[in-house]
Design a protein around this ligand. Sequence first.
Ligand SMILES: Nc1ncnc2c1ncn2[C@@H]1O[C@H](COP(=O)(O)OP(=O)(O)OP(=O)(O)O)[C@@H](O)[C@H]1O
Ligand SMILES: [Mg+2]
Length: 234
Amino acid sequence: MPVISFANAKGGAGKTTAALLLATEVAARGKRVTIFDADPQKWISKWHELPRTCKGISVVNQISPASITEQITQASETSDYVIVDLEGTENLIVANALSVSDLVVIPIQGSSMDARGGAKILTLIKKLEKIVRQDIRHCVVLTRSNAAVTTRAMKAVQDFLSAQNIDVMMTPIVERAAFRDLFEFGGGLANLDPKMVSGVEKARENASLYAAEVLERAISAPKKRWYNVFRRAS
Ligand SMILES: Nc1ncnc2c1ncn2[C@@H]1O[C@H](COP(=O)(O)OP(=O)(O)OP(=O)(O)O)[C@@H](O)[C@H]1O
Ligand SMILES: [Mg+2]
């Protein structure tokens, strides 16, 4: 079933947060999810080890450049969704994961540095599309946006993306304490106590709209043929 990867060559763009939000939303709808944790910080693996768990989610963190495409392809046969959280760089794991993704989500914060990191991934996708001779569907999600106002930096990033005809999701991921707190308390947003974490209701609404938009794209994307771009071990 669909493979959705999160990539931005710039660190700290919000990939891990966006990947976990999607995984927990999908699992809350009763689906089986496999997350590939290719982030060297292993935040999702640490989250998975917390006492409060999320039913239906399994996490794989033993990954190599040579094995990742096969691992992803196998997982996609047994899971309803495969979600890949990638490192904030360009390497063989990133290239191989993108080459077998049905959808690549590029999280971009409202900063020109993030937009440049996103542009690197867009260029890499173009190169990979030539190698695998298939389109790799991709979109941008704006992250850590301000709930109340659109900052000048965010507006500049939006203009930059729309000038290049890039598919930008309607729903940005807003800056919310609840999204950070998932990594501390474990589980999904449904498990967070509104008395302990502020803005939980708003966070749930935001995550649900965001996940619906990602899933709509992932489900309508044509299924990928298996392909291993680079077999060189790290
Ligand atoms: N929507 C959000 N609301 C609040 N905090 C956020 C949000 N998105 C990200 N953060 C915070 O920003 C920091 C970076 O986010 P995250 O780890 O998701 O980025 P990343 O792209 O995966 O980083 P890396 O490249 O290091 O893997 C973290 O401290 C995270 O808690
Ligand atoms: Mg990360």
